[in-house]
Design a protein around this ligand. Structure first.
Ligand SMILES: *[C@@H]1O[C@H](CO)[C@@H](O)[C@H](O)[C@H]1NC(C)=O
Ligand SMILES: *[C@@H]1O[C@H](CO)[C@@H](O)[C@H](O)[C@H]1NC(C)=O
Ligand SMILES: [Zn+2]
Length: 521
């Protein structure tokens, strides 16, 4: 009896392992599989019609540091987390019909940073490394030189055009990428007045948190960054030994709430969940003193996920009949994971980012909503080596290196993964740890950005304008043109029709009914 069971068990094991190999490759052995797949893609491509209407809504998804190698590794990870071999999986962004490459350099630097690049893709003008919302006539750190050199963002222009506007990020909301939506500053690190040098204070420059409250009126602000909003004397509600860091004694959250109707401040998940979008027009949610935690470490009872924050934002903003502009950043934490030389963190963040993009597609329609997914810059993250189909993204190469040791297929060109002495041998148990640093030949405490182009994925009204290889500041111009915002108020695009606000399937149904009634005449 026992031996019979054992035989069945062994048989099952063989079956499972055979199944696993077959399920990965059997159908792929036939030419028909690839021909049919390509034929379907061709059919889809032949039916792509440019949407020439004006965009009512704009959602800009910014994957901070999400270069093309990161996109590929994220796609495979997403597939592997769902139990597939991974390479054949599609990210949501992979399904967007229009694509371009973005040249990311800053005016004064070949290797860009998030501040100079955010000024380009949000304000339409390239800037210097480390500066926000100002032209390259402002050198970094020079407060005086900001005056007269300010450039305005598409968030600001959307607000001027009567739309509701919002920012959702898993970094601090005063971080470079979200901050270029509202701030003009010679240094991205001037988060609160405590960081302003005396020259900047003397010449009247204001910190980023203060500008967030006093520049453009923003309807929804969700992310981290409590610390920069409160005085030195105010203990943090979640970590009471931790205090605010403002020297000027201002409570900027109270300032923000002043003179706003239906406005709320929340700092934890329970308060966030209790916010009813139907009767809330302004929402500021700050869930950590600095950046939000990595998705891998998030406490789901204390902090909402990126997707949850984005969903609440869309529900509040979309009440405006003139539409909305929403900036969604996941995530500064892709960038931070890479800087830390820990690919697992960066890639899990990127999977969550793609989930948010998918959820946004369910809450909006591409008939009236222009969705753009891009990165500010890439990283020196590389992904290669001899790996079989379905090899774990965090796994090791099949063959050995010249030193007779294994190596991971994910590596960095520089960063904290450098080790003195002989390179240690590697196995998947070690390399799939959350805190594992992929090996790097150049010792740096923080891994660097890279210089290569990043992708722009787009769908919705006028998204076909994203084509070819473009300067990064082109992005803001397409967004402004598609929504007929400054300086393209005379764009002559048809305003979104009422059909635009109807779900596409309903539209098809209506057309069907119309045809039926015509036929029956
Ligand atoms: C900034 O401008 C003020 C007023 O014009 C001037 O007094 C000051 O010297 C300038 N500072 C710098 C660093 O250029
Ligand atoms: C991986 O390497 C570590 C350290 O050398 C070792 O302790 C562990 O047993 C190895 N695991 C496997 C599955 O080989
Ligand atoms: Zn970075």
């Amino acid at each position: 009896m026992a031996s019979q069971k054992k035989a069945i068990f062994t048989g099952l094991l063989i079956f499972i392992s055979v199944q696993r190999t077959l399920s990965v490759s059997e159908e792929e052995l036939h030419a028909s599989y690839w021909n049919n797949k390509a034929r379907q893609a061709l059919h889809t491509a032949l039916n792509v019609q440019p949407n020439l209407q004006q965009a009512k809504n704009i959602i800009l998804f910014l994957g901070d540091g999400m270069g093309i190698p990161t996109v590929t590794a994220t796609r495979i990870l997403k597939g592997q987390l769902a139990g597939h071999s991974g390479e054949e999986t599609s990210l949501v962004m992979d399904t967007f019909p229009h694509l371009a490459l973005s040249k990311t350099y800053n005016v004064d630097q070949q290797m860009p940073d998030s501040a100079g690049t955010a000024t380009a893709y949000l304000c339409g003008v390239k800037a210097n490394y480390g500066t926000l919302g100002v032209t390259a006539a402002t050198p970094r750190d020079n407060c005086n030189a900001t005056y007269g050199n300010e450039v305005t963002s598409v968030l600001h222009r959307a607000k001027k055009a009567g739309k509701s506007v919002g920012i959702v990020t898993t970094t601090r909301v005063q971080h470079a990428s979200p901050a270029a939506n509202y701030a003009h500053t010679a240094n991205r690190a001037w988060y609160s007045d405590a960081y302003l040098p005396s020259e900047a204070i003397q010449n009247g420059c204001r910190d980023i948190a203060s500008q967030m409250v006093h520049n453009t009126e923003i309807n929804v602000i969700l992310g981290g960054g409590r610390q920069y909003m409160f005085p030195r004397t105010t203990p943090d509600p979640e970590y009471p030994t931790y205090k605010g860091d403002r020297n000027d004694g201002q409570n900027l959250v109270a300032e923000w709430l002043k003179n706003k109707k239906n406005a709320k401040y929340v700092w934890n998940k329970a308060e966030f969940d209790a916010v009813n979008p139907a009767n809330t027009d302004f929402l500021i949610g700050l869930f950590e003193p600095k950046d939000c935690r990595y998705e891998l470490e998030r406490d789901p009872f204390m902090d909402p996920s990126l997707t949850e924050m984005m969903e609440k934002a869309i529900k509040i903003l979309s009440k405006n009949p003139k539409g909305f502009y929403l900036f969604v950043e996941d995530n500064g934490r892709i960038d931070h994971g890479h800087h830390g030389g820990r690919a697992k963190r960066a890639l899990y963040e990127a999977v969550e980012f793609d989930r948010a993009i998918g959820r946004a597609a369910e809450l909006t329609t591409e008939l009236d909503t222009l969705s753009v997914v891009t990165a500010d810059h890439s990283h020196v993250f590389a992904f290669g080596g001899y790996s079989g189909r379905g090899n774990s993204v965090l796994g090791v190469s099949r063959s050995l290196a010249e030193d007779n040791k294994h190596f991971t297929t994910a590596v960095y060109g520089n960063g904290p993964g450098y080790q003195t002495g002989p390179r240690p041998d590697m196995n998947e148990t070690i390399s799939s740890d959350d805190d594992y640093h992929q090996q790097a030949p150049v010792p740096l405490s923080s891994e660097t950005h890279s210089i290569e182009d990043v992708a722009i994925f787009a769908k919705g009204p006028m998204s076909h304008l994203f084509h070819g290889v473009q300067e990064q500041n082109y992005i803001a111009h397409v967004i402004a043109y598609a929504a007929c915002m400054e300086p393209y108020e005379n764009c002559e695009l048809h305003p979104p029709s009422h059909a635009g606000s109807i779900h596409p399937s309903l539209l098809l149904l209506l057309m069907g009914l119309l045809l039926l009634s015509l036929c029956s005449v």
